[in-house]
Design a protein around this ligand. Structure first.
Ligand SMILES: [Mg+2]
Length: 317
């Protein structure tokens, strides 16, 4: 395996966590004025550098994959329920509704469908924010990656936009890791976006969001918890900047669902610029406890180790 690919795989894991922690203090706030952008890890509801539910749920997925491959939906949903019952500091509304039903004995299939039926147009980013471990475990196997990305979403989010959003995101990460031709970052990103969008089975409208992301003006990016907004804002941040640091600063300073947009942008930027492209001061700051209440603290080196263990699940071709 090439050194650059390992750097990119590790970049996905560390990048996602860095983005989550950088966005944490800006979540639910309006966009920052452009002359007052936050560029450092600062405290918010949690101490500076803390990761949130986005990373906690990703860790549940990662540990499920390490225990069972192919992805076992029953095992995954059980780990999500354990997390729900560990009293996390933050949780999406849709996810809490689904998991509460599962804990009371409903199957995840039924729970996922009945919560969607209460609000048929709801398509939140809760399955997107946690999906990156699949890309590391399956980057050499795009067909399996696509199939398991769909299942990974359906466990809690069955809306077609959530399902194809997850598939697009995980395929995009895998494309970036696997690129063998040395391309400049903007060309590499554009090529990977095109390939992943073709494979993700989007609606026409979703293609338009992707195609237009780079030319959106900052003022028009709502950056809510809607999966379309998260993908649009992340691609905008990535396509209009030239480094991991710049992309993340632009993404999280949109405020609103800043931590999730940070996590998604961070995973993609990590795959694009590699672990070596992530500012050291941010890598040094990330930390958090998982599983909650066990005293197990995750630092940057633990996420690097996790990426290596997930990567080892790929069968080399
Ligand atoms: Mg969060």
């Amino acid at each position: 395996m090439e050194k650059i690919q390992l750097d990119r795989l590790r970049g996905i894991a560390v990048g996602a966590v860095v983005g989550d922690a950088l966005g944490m203090p800006l979540e639910f706030h309006p966009p920052r004025p452009v002359y007052e952008l936050v560029t450092e890890m600062i405290p918010g509801p949690l101490p500076a550098g803390s990761f949130t539910d986005d990373t906690e749920m990703a860790l549940a997925l990662a540990e499920s994959l390490l225990a069972h491959l192919p992805l076992d939906a029953e095992d995954l949903v059980q780990r999500f329920c354990d997390w729900y019952q560990s009293n996390p500091s933050d949780m999406g509304i849709h996810i809490s509704q689904v998991l509460r039903q599962v804990i009371h004995g409903t199957s995840w299939q039924e729970a996922s469908h009945s919560v969607q039926a209460m609000d048929p147009d709801s398509a939140s980013n809760g399955s997107l924010m946690r999906a990156w471990p699949l890309s590391i475990a399956r980057w050499r196997h795009p067909d399996k990656l696509a199939e398991e990305s769909r299942l990974q979403s359906e466990v809690t989010h069955i809306h077609p936009d959530c399902v194809s959003g997850c598939t697009f995101f995980t395929l995009l990460l895998a494309e970036l890791v696997g690129q063998s031709e040395p391309l400049p970052p903007d060309a590499a990103l554009r090529a990977a976006i095109t390939t992943a969008a073709e494979q993700a089975q989007f609606h026409e409208e979703f293609h338009l969001i992707i195609d237009l992301a780079a030319v959106r003006s900052r003022e028009l990016l709502a950056n809510t918890g809607w999966v379309r907004h998260t993908i649009e804002a992340s691609l905008w941040a990535l396509l209009t900047t030239r480094s991991f640091e710049e992309a993340l600063v632009q993404a999280v300073n949109l405020g609103n669902d800043a931590d999730t947009t940070g996590a998604v942008t961070g995973a993609i930027a990590g795959a694009l610029y590699g672990l070596s492209g992530i500012p050291q001061r941010w890598k040094d700051a990330i930390h958090g406890e998982y599983p909650i209440g066990t005293g197990k603290i995750w630092l940057c080196s633990d996420f690097i180790d996790l990426a290596d263990r997930l990567n080892a699940l790929n069968v080399p071709e």
